[in-house]
Design a protein around this ligand. Structure first.
Ligand code: ZN
Length: 82
């Protein structure tokens, strides 16, 4: 016996770097290179209280932007659970 749940799924069909405009290649809705997805919800006491910003950066733009930081990005190794 099989039971299925009908769901509506969203599949990513196009991904563009907000910084340089590069179209990131996708396969089955999955980006084929590293992408930095930023989702920021602003709250009090921000002047953007109640607003949400979102943007994506290709890896080259991420490296370029973060390379200009006076304090470098904190980078640690991720533990992969197999
Ligand atoms: Zn870019």
């Amino acid at each position: 016996m099989r039971e299925y749940k009908t769901t509506e799924t969203r599949i990513l069909t196009r991904l563009i770097c907000n910084c340089c405009g590069k179209v990131v290649a996708l396969r089955g809705g999955i980006p084929m290179e590293g992408v930095c997805a930023v989702r920021q919800s602003w709250g009090y006491p921000s002047e953007k209280d109640g607003e949400q910003d979102s943007f994506d950066l290709c890896e080259a733009c991420y490296d370029c932007i973060t390379g200009q930081f006076k304090v470098p990005v904190t980078r640690t190794e991720q533990i992969e659970w197999l």
